[in-house]
Unconditional design. Sequence first.
Length: 139
Amino acid sequence: MKYWLLKSEPDVWSIEKQKKAGKKGALWDGVRNYQAANNLKKMRKGDLCFFYHSNIGKEIVGIVQVIKEAFIDPTDKKKYFVAIKVKYKKTFLMPISLEKIKKHPHLKGLSLVKQSRLSVMPIDTKSWKIINKISSIVK
């Protein structure tokens, strides 16, 4: 299993909307960056992804799971880019802000910090565990 981070603007697609999609899940489409698209192509059924609210909030708010691997994105008229399908797994009790991630000594190397505009990125196992642990700590 691999770990990933998916970014979405919460006014377009939020963790709440993802949760309402239920077990059937929802498409993760509209990705038009080549590096992000290549990351989508590497995802496998069962992989887990952090759900990140970009622009508004700038925080990791929960986890989704890949339930369908890469296929041609129905919103891409040229049929070049891909989409995946994900289902809701959980919402964090405490969202983890980008600011908090940048301050953590073991998370400074994440693509989220280094390539802040990339919308789909891998997360290493150690960082996955750290972020999950941080999410369970209540202030």
